[in-house]
Design a protein around this ligand. Structure first.
Ligand code: ATR
Length: 290
């Protein structure tokens, strides 16, 4: 992307709704910190407008942007080029223009792994993961964990059929053994886990108790949640109280953003404690009751 390095580039995040997105704050921080004369803005795009938005993108003046809920799958179908990871996931969260064509990738799995690298680097020695949930975020994480060498991947979901569908879809692409489970199996599975991941929305924005007893987990197990509102979710609170190593979900948000920033603005930004604190302050301000 050296051809765009010296211009005042503009990037976006599109979603519906989009007001809750912290991406403008995050990219705005990097632009200011790195003294790059670019812009990054939130654009609300209704589902019925997404096709037009993407079709017009090459002439819009934007150099690319992020895609969030509910557009990741629709945009996947609309881009000119997608890399292997976006193709397997069927979802795109990062777009950029190259020679007038729209390119798409998915950095969610990268963000998840980079967050663990930062806060629990020995996660890479693990072999068995239990992952709770089978939505879009879960898919990205499962694929990343398979590629990172996790040989046993247990997917637990309230709706078993969704976990089964992921197993069927991903097994040809990964060397790992993928197994679907219903929620009733979760407690027994915990004894095998080196890593336990919550990707469900249980506990998002509330303080209800997490509906799974973690006492079967191994002493050295690492426990992580992708929800970061609140930062200490009921799931992490429960794990912390039992003295497990925990990693919160904020770092995934920060790390998944870095590859896009580099594409649009030509510099790889750092994820620093000051940045984390900056975003955290905003999260706390906007959710004073948490
Ligand atoms: P995302 O794309 O962000 O992962 P999603 O597709 O809405 O979001 O998936 C949310 C996940 O949380 C799903 O695995 C969902 O389980 P179902 O597939 O059975 O719906 C899970 N989830 C949400 N609320 C839940 C609850 N109260 N109990 C158990 N699982 C729940």
């Amino acid at each position: 992307m050296s051809n765009i390095e010296h211009e005042a580039n503009s990037a976006f995040v599109i979603g519906w709704p989009i007001e809750h997105s912290r991406s403008p704050l995050l990219h705005g921080y990097w632009l200011k910190y790195l003294k790059i004369p670019g812009t990054y803005e939130a654009v609300a795009i209704a589902p019925e407008k997404i096709e037009t938005f993407i079709k017009l993108l090459p002439k819009s003046g934007f150099v690319g942007g992020n895609v969030t809920v509910p557009h990741k799958e629709a945009v996947f179908r609309l881009v000119d080029h997608k890399d292997e990871i976006a193709t397997v996931l069927g979802a795109v969260n990062t777009l950029w223009l190259e020679d007038g064509k729209i390119h798409g990738t998915n950095t969610d799995g990268y963000g998840f792994c980079a967050n663990l690298d930062e806060f629990a680097p020995n996660w890479r020695q693990g072999k068995t993961v239990v992952i709770l949930g089978a939505g879009g975020a879960s898919r990205a994480i499962i694929y990343a964990l398979g590629k990172a060498g996790y040989s046993q991947i247990h997917i637990v979901n309230r709706t078993l059929a969704r976990a089964e569908a992921i197993v069927e879809e991903f097994s040809p692409h990964l060397e790992s053994d993928l197994q679907p489970h219903s929620w009733e199996d979760a407690s027994d599975l915990l004894g095998k886990a080196d890593l336990l991941v919550n990707t469900t929305s249980i506990g998002m924005g509330d303080n209800a108790e997490f509906p799974l007893d973690l006492s079967n987990l191994k002493e050295q197990a690492i426990v992580t949640d992708i929800v970061y509102t609140p930062l200490l979710t009921p799931f992490l609170k429960s794990a912390k109280s039992m003295r497990y190593k925990t990693v919160d979900g904020l770092g995934m948000l920060l790390h998944q953003a870095a590859p896009g920033f580099e594409k649009w603005f030509g510099t790889r930004p750092n994820i620093t404690p000051a940045l984390r604190q900056y975003i955290l302050t905003d999260l706390t301000k906007k959710e004073p009751h948490k």
